[in-house]
Ligand binder design. Structure first.
Ligand code: SF4
Ligand code: SF4
Length: 422
């Protein structure tokens, strides 16, 4: 492959080298080394495009893998550098020129090519993980089983049941929405999906779920599997086109940010780019859609139930979708007490499967978040993304902090339930 095809050269030229992004970058904060910063990575990408650095250079691979793809650098960049798109292109280029070892190749083929494309395999994997956790097998496996021991417990099968394909509005009907059930969200946080449907129907929306749909392809795109990501984008578009033309509600920040970028992902596919653009324009994050619909004058009643809440911005919600005020507005309306989490826009270290691939770096990034949570005095951490949810649950437990972790939708559903019970 030509070096110019391995990176987004045109976008790399947007960087004016000001360095404003350095202080926000979690990997630069860990090492203090320029190549581990956004600007340093852009230099490396440019060197590859210009033929001055081989894409097979080990430092190049290391810095592209070390990046969390959190996009915090984008939020502070005065030149509008689109780093999220650049890192995805660079990783896709690496997969083409630098084959991985047999073990990594096989694991990726099974993960991206089989498990993340099939409800059957996802469910089987979740069941196996639950057996491993509850039987103590994971503990006996030592280092190999450690990720399973450290992660939150996989819920029983009853909690991983599919959502109904159609849930009618409660009370006066305002319209109809489609909702993404998600791959990880359904297997690990089915309760969040049910809370999402509860809120959507309560505010007057018939809620349709394409139950045969599996995965939007976000994890593929973030990890260099660009063709797999495109296939899953086409399949996602088809599934949701069958559910009408209304808003598509997404309660997972990473999936929402990725689905909003389908127009870019399929830009060179003449047969699909217009459909992709239309689809992307329908995507709404849960908080973005619900905040304007909940009555502003009606304060909820969760005053003491959940203790003091702190909201942590998922990177792909604040940096990827510019959604910051809406989750906070909703939490205000729940009636619960809330404090600000310091540095809430910094990455928690989850970053899709980064916490599995680079557990030590992921934990080092999380340590700062745990300190911030301790300092703010909250009792419940609220988030809006399944990866962050897992990272907070396992990280706080590891750090010995007793606290609940909830999705915004769970807080609002609890507030509505309590109001109805009064
Ligand atoms: S995406 Fe995040 S980790 Fe990667 S360079 Fe930007 S700020 Fe750093
Ligand atoms: S803030 Fe933007 S323009 Fe400045 S160094 Fe970082 S990426 Fe380049």
């Amino acid at each position: 492959m030509k070096p110019l095809e391995l990176v987004d050269y045109a976008k790399s030229l947007d960087c004016i080298h000001c360095g404003l992004c350095l202080r926000t970058c979690p990997t630069y904060q860990l090492t203090g080394a320029e190549p581990s910063s956004p600007r340093g990575r852009i230099y490396l990408m440019r060197a590859v495009a210009e033929g001055e650095l081989a894409a097979t250079d080990p430092q190049y691979r290391e810095e592209m893998d070390f990046c969390l793809a959190c996009r915090h650098c984008e939020s502070v960049c005065p030149a509008g550098v689109r780093f999220g798109e650049m890192i995805e292109t660079a990783r896709a280029g690496l997969e083409k020129v630098q084959p991985r070892g047999i073990v990594a190749r096989t694991a990726r083929r099974i993960g991206f090519g089989t498990i993340l494309r099939s409800r059957f395999w996802l469910s089987l994997m979740a069941t196996s993980m639950r057996i491993g956790q509850r039987s103590g097998i994971a503990r006996l496996m030592g280092k190999l089983g450690r990720p399973l021991v450290e992660m939150p417990e996989v819920p029983p099968k009853s909690e991983r049941a599919p959502l109904p394909a159609h849930s009618p509005a409660v009370g006066p009907r305002k319209g109809e929405v489609a909702m993404l059930e998600g791959c990880a969200m359904r297997e690990l946080y089915g309760r969040v999906n049910r809370a999402t449907v509860e809120v959507l129907t309560h505010i007057g929306y018939d809620t349709r779920v394409p139950t045969k749909h599996v995965c939007c392809g976000a994890l593929h795109a973030h990890n260099g599997e660009i063709e797999g990501a495109r296939e899953l984008a086409r399949s996602t578009i088809e599934h949701f086109e069958r559910e009408g033309s209304g808003p598509i509600i997404v309660n997972s920040a990473g999936c929402g940010a990725h689905m909003r970028a389908y127009g870019h992902l399929l830009a060179e596919d003449v047969a699909w780019r217009e459909r992709a653009g239309r689809f992307a324009a329908r995507v709404r994050d849960f908080s973005e859609f619900v905040a304007p619909e909940l009555p502003a004058d009606k304060k909820g009643s969760l005053d003491k139930d959940l203790g003091v809440l702190a909201y942590d911005d998922p990177c792909h919600l604040c940096h990827g979708q510019q959604i910051r005020s809406q989750p906070r507005t909703l939490l205000e309306r729940s009636g619960a007490a809330r404090v600000d989490l310091p540095d809430s826009e910094s990455c928690c270290g989850s970053a899709g499967i980064y916490s599995l691939l680079r557990p030590d770096d992921s934990k080092a990034v999380f340590a700062k978040k745990a300190a911030a949570f301790r300092a703010c005095g909250a009792e419940t951490l609220v988030t809006a993304n399944p990866g962050c949810h897992m990272q907070w649950e396992s990280g706080l437990r590891r750090e010995g902090v007793r606290a609940r972790v909830l999705h915004v939708a769970e807080v609002i559903a609890a507030a509505l339930r309590k109001s109805r019970a009064r």
